[in-house]
Design a protein around this ligand. Structure first.
Ligand code: UGA
Length: 444
Protein backbone atom coordinates (compact mmCIF):
# COMPACT_ATOMS: atom_id res chain seq x y z
CA UNK A 1 0.00 0.00 0.00
CA UNK A 2 1.19 3.51 -0.80
CA UNK A 3 2.53 5.47 2.15
CA UNK A 4 0.26 7.99 3.82
CA UNK A 5 1.91 11.25 4.67
CA UNK A 6 1.02 14.09 7.00
CA UNK A 7 2.50 17.58 6.99
CA UNK A 8 2.33 19.56 10.21
CA UNK A 9 2.43 23.33 9.78
CA UNK A 10 1.37 24.83 6.46
CA UNK A 11 3.56 27.92 5.98
CA UNK A 12 5.92 28.29 3.00
CA UNK A 13 7.66 25.05 3.81
CA UNK A 14 4.67 22.93 4.84
CA UNK A 15 2.19 24.03 2.18
CA UNK A 16 4.78 23.44 -0.53
CA UNK A 17 5.91 20.12 0.92
CA UNK A 18 2.32 18.89 1.21
CA UNK A 19 1.52 19.79 -2.40
CA UNK A 20 4.80 18.26 -3.61
CA UNK A 21 4.15 14.99 -1.76
CA UNK A 22 0.71 14.79 -3.40
CA UNK A 23 2.34 15.48 -6.77
CA UNK A 24 4.69 12.55 -6.11
CA UNK A 25 1.63 10.33 -5.74
CA UNK A 26 1.12 10.05 -1.98
CA UNK A 27 -2.09 10.52 -0.01
CA UNK A 28 -1.40 13.64 2.08
CA UNK A 29 -3.07 15.21 5.09
CA UNK A 30 -1.88 18.68 6.12
CA UNK A 31 -2.46 20.06 9.60
CA UNK A 32 -2.44 23.61 10.82
CA UNK A 33 -3.57 24.98 14.16
CA UNK A 34 -5.05 28.07 12.46
CA UNK A 35 -8.55 27.11 11.20
CA UNK A 36 -8.63 30.00 8.67
CA UNK A 37 -5.49 28.65 7.01
CA UNK A 38 -6.97 25.18 6.78
CA UNK A 39 -10.12 26.59 5.26
CA UNK A 40 -8.17 28.61 2.70
CA UNK A 41 -5.91 25.71 1.72
CA UNK A 42 -8.90 23.37 1.50
CA UNK A 43 -10.32 25.65 -1.15
CA UNK A 44 -7.06 25.35 -3.13
CA UNK A 45 -5.69 28.77 -2.25
CA UNK A 46 -2.49 29.73 -0.42
CA UNK A 47 -2.05 32.54 2.13
CA UNK A 48 1.16 33.80 0.46
CA UNK A 49 2.50 34.60 -2.99
CA UNK A 50 4.64 31.77 -4.27
CA UNK A 51 4.86 31.16 -8.03
CA UNK A 52 3.22 27.88 -9.10
CA UNK A 53 2.15 26.82 -5.60
CA UNK A 54 -1.53 27.59 -5.93
CA UNK A 55 -1.70 25.68 -9.23
CA UNK A 56 0.04 22.65 -7.71
CA UNK A 57 -2.24 22.72 -4.69
CA UNK A 58 -5.42 23.04 -6.73
CA UNK A 59 -4.27 20.08 -8.82
CA UNK A 60 -4.44 17.84 -5.76
CA UNK A 61 -6.79 19.29 -3.11
CA UNK A 62 -9.81 17.04 -2.57
CA UNK A 63 -13.12 18.55 -3.62
CA UNK A 64 -11.69 20.75 -6.35
CA UNK A 65 -13.00 19.89 -9.79
CA UNK A 66 -10.54 17.85 -11.80
CA UNK A 67 -8.12 17.39 -8.87
CA UNK A 68 -6.53 14.07 -7.90
CA UNK A 69 -8.12 14.44 -4.45
CA UNK A 70 -4.90 13.21 -2.81
CA UNK A 71 -4.46 16.26 -0.56
CA UNK A 72 -6.63 17.31 2.40
CA UNK A 73 -6.20 19.65 5.36
CA UNK A 74 -7.36 19.42 8.95
CA UNK A 75 -6.95 20.92 12.42
CA UNK A 76 -7.37 17.54 14.14
CA UNK A 77 -4.34 15.87 15.71
CA UNK A 78 -6.31 12.63 16.19
CA UNK A 79 -6.96 12.50 12.47
CA UNK A 80 -3.28 13.13 11.75
CA UNK A 81 -2.16 10.41 14.18
CA UNK A 82 -4.56 7.83 12.75
CA UNK A 83 -3.77 8.70 9.12
CA UNK A 84 -0.02 9.00 8.83
CA UNK A 85 2.74 6.47 8.21
CA UNK A 86 5.19 9.37 7.90
CA UNK A 87 4.68 12.74 9.65
CA UNK A 88 6.65 15.77 8.45
CA UNK A 89 7.00 18.57 11.00
CA UNK A 90 7.30 21.86 9.10
CA UNK A 91 6.49 24.55 11.67
CA UNK A 92 8.59 27.70 11.86
CA UNK A 93 11.38 28.55 14.28
CA UNK A 94 11.59 32.37 14.42
CA UNK A 95 14.19 34.38 16.30
CA UNK A 96 13.32 34.79 19.97
CA UNK A 97 12.19 38.24 20.92
CA UNK A 98 15.14 40.23 22.24
CA UNK A 99 17.58 37.32 21.92
CA UNK A 100 19.65 35.63 19.22
CA UNK A 101 18.45 32.14 19.99
CA UNK A 102 15.67 30.46 18.05
CA UNK A 103 12.17 30.10 19.40
CA UNK A 104 11.42 26.37 19.57
CA UNK A 105 7.93 26.76 21.01
CA UNK A 106 6.12 25.80 17.77
CA UNK A 107 8.28 22.72 17.27
CA UNK A 108 7.89 21.70 20.91
CA UNK A 109 4.12 22.21 20.75
CA UNK A 110 3.89 20.15 17.54
CA UNK A 111 5.78 17.22 19.07
CA UNK A 112 3.75 17.47 22.29
CA UNK A 113 0.50 17.26 20.30
CA UNK A 114 1.73 14.53 17.99
CA UNK A 115 3.27 12.23 20.61
CA UNK A 116 0.00 11.02 22.20
CA UNK A 117 -1.71 10.27 18.87
CA UNK A 118 1.07 8.91 16.66
CA UNK A 119 0.76 5.21 15.72
CA UNK A 120 3.49 2.72 16.68
CA UNK A 121 5.64 1.88 13.67
CA UNK A 122 5.27 5.30 12.07
CA UNK A 123 8.07 7.74 11.35
CA UNK A 124 8.27 11.40 12.37
CA UNK A 125 10.49 13.60 10.17
CA UNK A 126 11.54 17.05 11.35
CA UNK A 127 12.08 19.60 8.59
CA UNK A 128 12.14 22.81 10.61
CA UNK A 129 15.48 24.60 11.04
CA UNK A 130 16.49 23.87 14.63
CA UNK A 131 19.51 24.33 16.91
CA UNK A 132 21.84 21.35 16.79
CA UNK A 133 20.91 18.87 19.51
CA UNK A 134 17.16 19.34 19.11
CA UNK A 135 16.53 16.07 17.25
CA UNK A 136 18.20 14.01 19.97
CA UNK A 137 16.01 15.72 22.56
CA UNK A 138 12.80 15.46 20.53
CA UNK A 139 13.35 11.76 19.82
CA UNK A 140 12.84 11.32 23.56
CA UNK A 141 9.43 12.97 23.42
CA UNK A 142 8.06 10.37 20.98
CA UNK A 143 6.63 7.09 22.27
CA UNK A 144 8.48 3.78 22.05
CA UNK A 145 8.30 2.30 18.54
CA UNK A 146 8.11 5.64 16.74
CA UNK A 147 11.29 6.67 14.92
CA UNK A 148 12.53 10.19 14.28
CA UNK A 149 14.53 11.51 11.32
CA UNK A 150 15.82 15.03 10.70
CA UNK A 151 15.52 16.17 7.10
CA UNK A 152 16.38 19.86 6.63
CA UNK A 153 14.81 21.82 3.82
CA UNK A 154 16.72 24.00 1.38
CA UNK A 155 13.91 25.60 -0.60
CA UNK A 156 14.17 29.21 -1.66
CA UNK A 157 11.15 31.48 -1.61
CA UNK A 158 10.16 32.28 -5.15
CA UNK A 159 11.40 28.82 -6.26
CA UNK A 160 9.74 26.77 -3.52
CA UNK A 161 7.83 24.40 -5.83
CA UNK A 162 10.77 23.66 -8.08
CA UNK A 163 13.18 23.27 -5.15
CA UNK A 164 10.83 20.84 -3.40
CA UNK A 165 10.00 18.70 -6.43
CA UNK A 166 13.59 18.67 -7.72
CA UNK A 167 15.88 19.23 -4.72
CA UNK A 168 19.60 19.62 -5.39
CA UNK A 169 20.23 17.28 -2.45
CA UNK A 170 18.26 15.41 0.20
CA UNK A 171 19.84 15.27 3.64
CA UNK A 172 18.52 12.91 6.29
CA UNK A 173 19.75 12.50 9.83
CA UNK A 174 18.74 9.07 11.13
CA UNK A 175 19.07 7.20 14.43
CA UNK A 176 22.13 4.97 14.57
CA UNK A 177 20.32 1.95 16.02
CA UNK A 178 17.33 1.28 13.78
CA UNK A 179 18.91 -1.24 11.43
CA UNK A 180 18.51 1.05 8.42
CA UNK A 181 14.70 1.17 8.79
CA UNK A 182 14.42 4.98 8.68
CA UNK A 183 16.66 5.36 5.66
CA UNK A 184 14.69 2.69 3.79
CA UNK A 185 11.39 4.46 4.45
CA UNK A 186 12.77 7.86 3.42
CA UNK A 187 14.17 6.36 0.22
CA UNK A 188 10.60 5.30 -0.53
CA UNK A 189 9.23 8.78 0.23
CA UNK A 190 11.84 10.48 -1.94
CA UNK A 191 11.96 7.80 -4.65
CA UNK A 192 10.98 10.29 -7.37
CA UNK A 193 13.71 12.92 -6.82
CA UNK A 194 16.29 10.21 -6.02
CA UNK A 195 15.35 8.54 -9.29
CA UNK A 196 15.94 11.84 -11.06
CA UNK A 197 19.44 11.98 -9.63
CA UNK A 198 19.08 14.09 -6.46
CA UNK A 199 21.88 12.93 -4.16
CA UNK A 200 20.79 11.47 -0.82
CA UNK A 201 23.14 12.23 2.07
CA UNK A 202 22.49 10.08 5.12
CA UNK A 203 23.99 11.33 8.40
CA UNK A 204 23.49 11.31 12.15
CA UNK A 205 21.16 13.86 13.77
CA UNK A 206 23.65 16.61 14.66
CA UNK A 207 25.24 16.59 11.21
CA UNK A 208 21.86 16.89 9.47
CA UNK A 209 20.87 19.80 11.72
CA UNK A 210 24.22 21.48 11.13
CA UNK A 211 24.09 21.07 7.35
CA UNK A 212 21.17 23.45 7.23
CA UNK A 213 22.66 26.19 9.39
CA UNK A 214 26.07 25.76 7.77
CA UNK A 215 24.55 26.17 4.29
CA UNK A 216 22.67 29.35 5.24
CA UNK A 217 25.75 30.71 7.03
CA UNK A 218 27.84 30.11 3.93
CA UNK A 219 25.29 31.90 1.73
CA UNK A 220 25.14 34.83 4.16
CA UNK A 221 28.94 34.95 4.19
CA UNK A 222 29.08 35.03 0.41
CA UNK A 223 26.69 37.99 0.27
CA UNK A 224 28.47 39.88 3.05
CA UNK A 225 31.81 39.16 1.42
CA UNK A 226 30.76 40.84 -1.81
CA UNK A 227 29.16 43.67 0.16
CA UNK A 228 32.42 44.20 2.03
CA UNK A 229 34.14 44.37 -1.38
CA UNK A 230 31.50 46.94 -2.36
CA UNK A 231 32.51 49.07 0.62
CA UNK A 232 36.14 48.90 -0.45
CA UNK A 233 35.19 49.63 -4.07
CA UNK A 234 33.28 52.70 -2.88
CA UNK A 235 36.39 53.92 -1.04
CA UNK A 236 38.81 53.08 -3.85
CA UNK A 237 36.71 53.97 -6.88
CA UNK A 238 36.36 50.36 -8.08
CA UNK A 239 33.36 48.60 -9.55
CA UNK A 240 32.02 45.70 -7.46
CA UNK A 241 29.83 44.37 -10.28
CA UNK A 242 32.82 43.85 -12.57
CA UNK A 243 34.81 42.52 -9.63
CA UNK A 244 32.10 39.91 -8.85
CA UNK A 245 31.93 38.94 -12.51
CA UNK A 246 35.69 38.52 -12.68
CA UNK A 247 36.15 36.46 -9.51
CA UNK A 248 33.05 34.43 -10.40
CA UNK A 249 34.80 32.99 -13.46
CA UNK A 250 36.92 30.98 -11.05
CA UNK A 251 34.83 27.82 -10.68
CA UNK A 252 35.95 27.43 -7.09
CA UNK A 253 34.31 30.77 -6.29
CA UNK A 254 31.38 30.65 -8.73
CA UNK A 255 29.30 33.57 -9.91
CA UNK A 256 26.12 32.94 -7.90
CA UNK A 257 25.13 34.82 -4.73
CA UNK A 258 27.63 37.59 -5.38
CA UNK A 259 25.19 40.39 -6.04
CA UNK A 260 26.21 43.38 -3.97
CA UNK A 261 23.53 45.72 -2.71
CA UNK A 262 21.53 46.41 0.43
CA UNK A 263 22.13 42.88 1.68
CA UNK A 264 20.20 39.85 2.80
CA UNK A 265 16.96 39.70 4.74
CA UNK A 266 13.96 37.41 4.99
CA UNK A 267 12.76 34.86 7.48
CA UNK A 268 15.84 32.62 7.23
CA UNK A 269 19.37 33.92 6.67
CA UNK A 270 19.41 36.66 9.36
CA UNK A 271 17.78 34.60 12.10
CA UNK A 272 19.63 31.42 11.20
CA UNK A 273 23.10 32.93 11.56
CA UNK A 274 22.10 34.48 14.90
CA UNK A 275 20.58 31.26 16.23
CA UNK A 276 23.72 29.42 15.08
CA UNK A 277 25.94 31.80 17.06
CA UNK A 278 23.71 31.47 20.12
CA UNK A 279 23.78 27.68 19.94
CA UNK A 280 27.54 27.55 19.41
CA UNK A 281 27.86 29.70 22.54
CA UNK A 282 25.82 27.19 24.54
CA UNK A 283 28.08 24.42 23.27
CA UNK A 284 31.26 26.30 24.18
CA UNK A 285 32.19 26.70 20.50
CA UNK A 286 31.34 30.40 20.19
CA UNK A 287 34.83 31.30 18.95
CA UNK A 288 34.29 29.22 15.84
CA UNK A 289 31.44 31.47 14.79
CA UNK A 290 32.50 34.94 15.86
CA UNK A 291 33.00 35.72 12.16
CA UNK A 292 29.22 35.48 11.72
CA UNK A 293 28.87 38.55 13.93
CA UNK A 294 30.91 40.42 11.34
CA UNK A 295 28.81 38.95 8.52
CA UNK A 296 25.72 40.28 10.30
CA UNK A 297 27.31 43.72 10.87
CA UNK A 298 28.42 44.11 7.26
CA UNK A 299 24.92 43.17 6.18
CA UNK A 300 23.14 45.61 8.48
CA UNK A 301 25.61 48.38 7.56
CA UNK A 302 24.49 48.23 3.92
CA UNK A 303 21.01 49.39 4.89
CA UNK A 304 22.49 52.43 6.63
CA UNK A 305 24.76 53.04 3.64
CA UNK A 306 21.71 53.15 1.35
CA UNK A 307 20.07 55.72 3.61
CA UNK A 308 23.25 57.82 3.47
CA UNK A 309 23.40 57.54 -0.34
CA UNK A 310 19.84 58.85 -0.47
CA UNK A 311 20.69 61.70 1.89
CA UNK A 312 23.68 62.62 -0.23
CA UNK A 313 21.56 62.56 -3.39
CA UNK A 314 19.27 65.07 -1.69
CA UNK A 315 22.09 67.48 -0.97
CA UNK A 316 23.50 65.90 2.16
CA UNK A 317 21.19 67.39 4.73
CA UNK A 318 17.92 66.42 6.25
CA UNK A 319 15.18 64.27 4.74
CA UNK A 320 12.56 66.60 6.18
CA UNK A 321 9.87 67.26 3.64
CA UNK A 322 11.79 65.53 0.83
CA UNK A 323 9.95 63.06 -1.37
CA UNK A 324 11.51 59.64 -1.63
CA UNK A 325 10.10 56.94 -3.90
CA UNK A 326 10.89 53.35 -2.93
CA UNK A 327 10.54 50.60 -5.54
CA UNK A 328 10.30 47.28 -3.73
CA UNK A 329 9.23 46.25 -0.23
CA UNK A 330 9.77 42.49 -0.14
CA UNK A 331 13.08 40.93 0.94
CA UNK A 332 13.52 39.47 -2.55
CA UNK A 333 11.55 39.39 -5.81
CA UNK A 334 8.84 36.79 -6.59
CA UNK A 335 7.72 36.72 -2.98
CA UNK A 336 5.30 38.76 -0.87
CA UNK A 337 7.44 38.20 2.23
CA UNK A 338 8.57 41.36 4.02
CA UNK A 339 10.13 39.69 7.07
CA UNK A 340 13.35 41.55 7.92
CA UNK A 341 13.23 43.11 4.46
CA UNK A 342 16.20 45.40 3.76
CA UNK A 343 13.97 47.42 1.38
CA UNK A 344 11.31 48.11 3.98
CA UNK A 345 13.96 48.78 6.61
CA UNK A 346 15.56 51.48 4.43
CA UNK A 347 12.14 52.96 3.61
CA UNK A 348 11.31 53.00 7.33
CA UNK A 349 14.60 54.64 8.35
CA UNK A 350 14.11 57.48 5.86
CA UNK A 351 10.49 57.91 6.91
CA UNK A 352 11.50 58.07 10.57
CA UNK A 353 13.96 60.81 9.69
CA UNK A 354 11.18 62.93 8.24
CA UNK A 355 11.28 61.91 4.58
CA UNK A 356 7.99 61.57 2.70
CA UNK A 357 8.34 58.00 1.53
CA UNK A 358 6.08 56.37 -1.04
CA UNK A 359 6.50 52.64 -1.58
CA UNK A 360 5.39 50.42 -4.42
CA UNK A 361 5.87 46.65 -4.63
CA UNK A 362 4.28 44.24 -7.12
CA UNK A 363 3.19 41.69 -4.48
CA UNK A 364 4.28 42.88 -1.05
CA UNK A 365 1.97 45.86 -0.47
CA UNK A 366 -0.46 44.16 1.86
CA UNK A 367 2.24 42.71 4.11
CA UNK A 368 4.27 45.94 4.02
CA UNK A 369 1.24 47.95 5.09
CA UNK A 370 0.74 45.64 8.07
CA UNK A 371 4.36 46.04 9.22
CA UNK A 372 4.73 49.72 8.37
CA UNK A 373 1.28 51.35 8.16
CA UNK A 374 2.65 54.90 8.39
CA UNK A 375 4.58 54.76 5.11
CA UNK A 376 2.97 56.11 1.95
CA UNK A 377 1.91 53.48 -0.58
CA UNK A 378 1.14 53.82 -4.29
CA UNK A 379 -0.62 51.40 -6.63
CA UNK A 380 1.96 51.55 -9.41
CA UNK A 381 5.65 52.36 -9.82
CA UNK A 382 4.71 55.43 -11.84
CA UNK A 383 2.45 56.71 -9.06
CA UNK A 384 5.15 56.07 -6.46
CA UNK A 385 7.73 58.18 -8.27
CA UNK A 386 5.42 61.09 -9.08
CA UNK A 387 7.03 64.27 -7.74
CA UNK A 388 9.93 62.34 -6.15
CA UNK A 389 13.22 64.04 -5.34
CA UNK A 390 15.00 60.68 -5.45
CA UNK A 391 14.00 57.15 -6.49
CA UNK A 392 15.37 54.11 -4.63
CA UNK A 393 15.36 50.69 -6.32
CA UNK A 394 15.46 48.25 -3.40
CA UNK A 395 13.99 44.91 -4.56
CA UNK A 396 14.97 43.60 -7.97
CA UNK A 397 11.57 42.71 -9.45
CA UNK A 398 11.54 42.12 -13.20
CA UNK A 399 8.77 44.72 -13.43
CA UNK A 400 11.26 47.41 -12.35
CA UNK A 401 13.83 46.38 -14.95
CA UNK A 402 11.12 46.68 -17.58
CA UNK A 403 10.04 50.21 -16.57
CA UNK A 404 10.42 52.94 -19.15
CA UNK A 405 12.98 55.36 -17.62
CA UNK A 406 11.85 58.16 -19.98
CA UNK A 407 8.25 57.91 -18.82
CA UNK A 408 9.37 57.95 -15.17
CA UNK A 409 11.74 60.87 -15.77
CA UNK A 410 8.77 62.96 -16.87
CA UNK A 411 6.92 62.20 -13.62
CA UNK A 412 9.63 62.86 -11.01
CA UNK A 413 10.70 66.17 -9.59
CA UNK A 414 14.37 65.27 -9.91
CA UNK A 415 15.59 62.30 -12.04
CA UNK A 416 17.97 60.62 -9.62
CA UNK A 417 17.80 56.85 -9.16
CA UNK A 418 19.80 54.85 -6.63
CA UNK A 419 20.06 51.16 -7.39
CA UNK A 420 20.28 49.24 -4.13
CA UNK A 421 20.37 45.90 -5.95
CA UNK A 422 22.71 46.52 -8.88
CA UNK A 423 20.01 45.20 -11.13
CA UNK A 424 18.87 48.08 -13.34
CA UNK A 425 20.51 48.87 -16.67
CA UNK A 426 22.35 52.05 -15.69
CA UNK A 427 23.13 53.00 -19.29
CA UNK A 428 19.45 52.91 -20.22
CA UNK A 429 18.50 55.13 -17.29
CA UNK A 430 21.32 57.57 -17.97
CA UNK A 431 20.33 57.76 -21.64
CA UNK A 432 16.83 58.80 -20.49
CA UNK A 433 18.26 61.69 -18.52
CA UNK A 434 18.67 60.10 -15.10
CA UNK A 435 21.52 60.37 -12.67
CA UNK A 436 22.04 56.67 -11.94
CA UNK A 437 24.03 55.56 -8.92
CA UNK A 438 24.55 52.05 -7.64
CA UNK A 439 26.16 50.53 -4.56
CA UNK A 440 29.85 49.77 -4.87
CA UNK A 441 30.12 51.28 -8.35
CA UNK A 442 31.78 54.46 -9.57
CA UNK A 443 29.67 57.48 -10.45
CA UNK A 444 29.50 57.93 -14.20
C1 UGA B 1 17.37 30.94 1.98
C2 UGA B 1 18.31 29.91 1.35
O1 UGA B 1 18.80 30.40 0.10
C3 UGA B 1 17.56 28.58 1.11
O2 UGA B 1 18.47 27.62 0.58
C4 UGA B 1 17.02 28.12 2.46
O3 UGA B 1 16.29 26.90 2.32
C5 UGA B 1 16.09 29.17 3.02
O4 UGA B 1 16.81 30.41 3.19
C6 UGA B 1 15.58 28.69 4.34
O5 UGA B 1 16.37 28.61 5.29
O6 UGA B 1 14.42 28.29 4.42
P1 UGA B 1 15.46 32.55 1.01
O7 UGA B 1 15.31 33.07 2.39
O8 UGA B 1 14.24 32.23 0.21
O9 UGA B 1 16.33 31.21 1.03
O10 UGA B 1 16.26 33.65 0.22
P2 UGA B 1 17.62 33.76 -0.61
O11 UGA B 1 17.38 33.51 -2.04
O12 UGA B 1 18.70 32.99 0.06
O13 UGA B 1 17.92 35.32 -0.43
C7 UGA B 1 18.15 35.86 0.87
C8 UGA B 1 18.47 37.30 0.81
O14 UGA B 1 19.75 37.52 0.24
C9 UGA B 1 17.51 38.16 -0.01
O15 UGA B 1 17.21 39.33 0.73
C10 UGA B 1 18.30 38.49 -1.26
O16 UGA B 1 17.93 39.71 -1.82
C11 UGA B 1 19.70 38.54 -0.72
N1 UGA B 1 20.75 38.28 -1.73
C12 UGA B 1 20.82 37.11 -2.38
C13 UGA B 1 21.71 39.26 -2.00
O17 UGA B 1 21.68 40.37 -1.42
N2 UGA B 1 22.70 39.02 -2.92
C14 UGA B 1 22.77 37.83 -3.57
O18 UGA B 1 23.70 37.66 -4.40
C15 UGA B 1 21.81 36.86 -3.31
Amino acid sequence: MALKITVIGTGYLGATHAAAMAEMGFEVLGLDVVPEKVELLSSGRVPMYEPGLEELLAKHVAGIEGSTGRLRFTTSWEEVGAFGDVHFVCVNTPQKHGEYGCDMSYVDAAFASLAPVVRAGSLVVGKSTVPVGSAERLAGVLPEGVDLAWNPEFLREGFAVQDTLHPDRIVVGVPGDDGGRTEKLLREVYAAPIGEGSPLVVTDYPTAELVKTAANSFLATKISFINAMAEVCEAAGGDVVRLAEAIGHDERIGNKFLRAGIGFGGGCLPKDIRAFMARAGELGADQALTFLREIDSINMRRRGQMVEMAREALGGNSFLGRRVAVLGATFKPDSDDVRDSPALNVAGQIHLQGGQVTVYDPKGMENARKVFPTLGYADTALEAVRGADVVLHLTEWREFRELDPAELAAAVSSPVVLDGRNALDGERWRAAGWTYRAMGRPRA
